[in-house]
Design a protein around this ligand. Structure first.
Ligand SMILES: [Fe+2]
Ligand SMILES: [Fe+2]
Length: 281
C-alpha cells in the first residue's frame, strides 16, 4: 500500500494568533507526522516583516515535514503601495524561498500550487486563462493522484460566502476536469467545507473533491468554526482512495478529530464519497 499524508493548513494570519493555539497545533502535527504541510495562504495578517518572521519561527518548529505554501490576499502589503505594486510577494518569497506557483511531486502524488492573488485586487481571487493553461502545460500523468492548491475557495457552505469564491471558477473547474485533477484545496473564508464538485458544478464530467480548510491559528474565527486543519491521507494504489480528517480545536487547546470523509476513485476517474462521519464531542 502506498500512503501519503498531507496536513492542509490555511489562514494562520500571523499577527492575530490566539494564545495557546500554536502549541496545540504543533503538538498534533508532531503526533500525526505528515510527510508534507500544505499552507494555503493568508499566512500573515498584513504582510509585515515581523509577521512573516513569526510564521517562519512557527514553521521551523514543526519538525521534519516539508512545507509548501501559496500566498493569500493578506500576504500582499495593503498600506505600503510601493511594495504592493513593485514587490508584492517579497515577504512570502523571503520565507518560503519558493516560486509562487509550482508542481511538487511526492512519490505518486502531484500537488499543483497556484497563485490566485493579485497586487491589483484586495480580496477576491482569480486566474488569467493564459496563466492556468501555462501551469498545466507540463504532463504529470505519471502521477496517480493530482491535487491543486490555491488560496481562494471553489465552493462554500453558506450562501453569504458565494462572493468570496474564485471569480473564474467555472473556467477553472473545466480545466481541472480536462487535466484529471482529483482534488482542489483552498482556504480564505475561515469556514471549513468538503464536497464533491457535482454539487456546485454539475455540468463537468468527473466528480472532483473540493475542500476548504478553516483558519488553523487565527483569532479571526467564524461562528461555529473553531480553529481547525485537515489531514489528507492519500492512497495511490490501483484504486486511489483519499481520507480527509478535519481536526477542530477544543476548549483545552487540543486539536481533535471532528469529521472524517472517505473517498474513492472509480474507473471513469470520478470520485465518490464512500462514507462520512461526524465524531461526537
Ligand atoms: Fe484568511
Ligand atoms: Fe484570504
Amino acid at each position: 500500500m502506498s500512503l501519503l499524508r498531507v496536513a492542509h493548513l490555511s489562514d494562520p494570519h500571523f499577527g492575530t494568533i490566539r494564545m495557546g493555539v500554536g502549541e496545540g497545533l504543533l503538538n498534533i502535527l508532531r503526533e500525526v507526522q505528515p510527510a508534507l504541510i500544505l499552507l494555503t495562504g493568508d499566512i500573515t495578517q498584513r504582510a509585515r516583516v515581523d509577521q512573516f518572521k513569526a510564521a517562519k519561527y512557527f514553521i521551523d518548529q514543526i519538525g521534519s515535514a516539508a512545507v509548501i505554501a501559496v500566498p493569500g490576499n493578506h500576504d500582499i502589503s495593503l498600506g505600503n503601495i510601493y511594495e504592493r505594486i513593485f514587490h508584492p510577494y517579497k515577504g512570502y518569497e523571503n520565507i518560503f524561498k519558493q516560486k509562487l506557483d509550482q508542481n511538487i511531486v511526492l512519490k505518486d502524488l502531484c500537488i499543483t500550487c497556484l497563485n490566485s492573488t493579485s497586487r491589483w485586487r484586495h480580496i477576491q481571487g482569480d486566474f488569467q486563462h493564459s496563466y492556468l493553461e501555462k501551469q498545466f502545460q507540463e504532463n504529470y500523468s505519471h502521477c496517480k493522484v493530482r491535487i491543486v492548491a490555491f488560496h481562494h475557495p471553489m465552493d462554500c457552505a453558506k450562501h453569504i460566502d458565494d462572493k468570496n469564491l474564485l471569480k473564474g471558477r467555472n473556467d477553472a473547474i473545466a480545466l481541472f476536469d480536462r487535466h484529471n485533477v482529483d482534488m482542489v484545496v483552498g482556504g480564505h473564508i475561515h469556514d471549513p467545507y468538503v464536497n464533491l464538485s457535482s454539487a456546485r458544478y454539475p455540468h463537468i464530467q468527473r466528480k472532483i473533491i473540493l475542500s476548504v480548510a478553516g483558519t488553523c491559528l487565527s483569532s479571526r474565527t467564524r461562528s461555529g468554526a473553531p480553529n481547525s486543519f485537515n489531514l489528507i491521507d492519500i492512497n495511490t494504489d490501483l484504486v486511489p482512495k483519499i481520507t480527509l480528517t478535519r481536526f477542530d480545536m477544543d476548549s483545552t487547546f487540543h486539536f481533535m478529530q471532528k469529521e472524517i470523509y472517505n473517498f474513492s476513485r472509480d474507473s471513469t476517474l470520478s470520485w465518490n464519497c464512500d462514507s462520512s462521519l461526524i465524531v461526537p464531542d
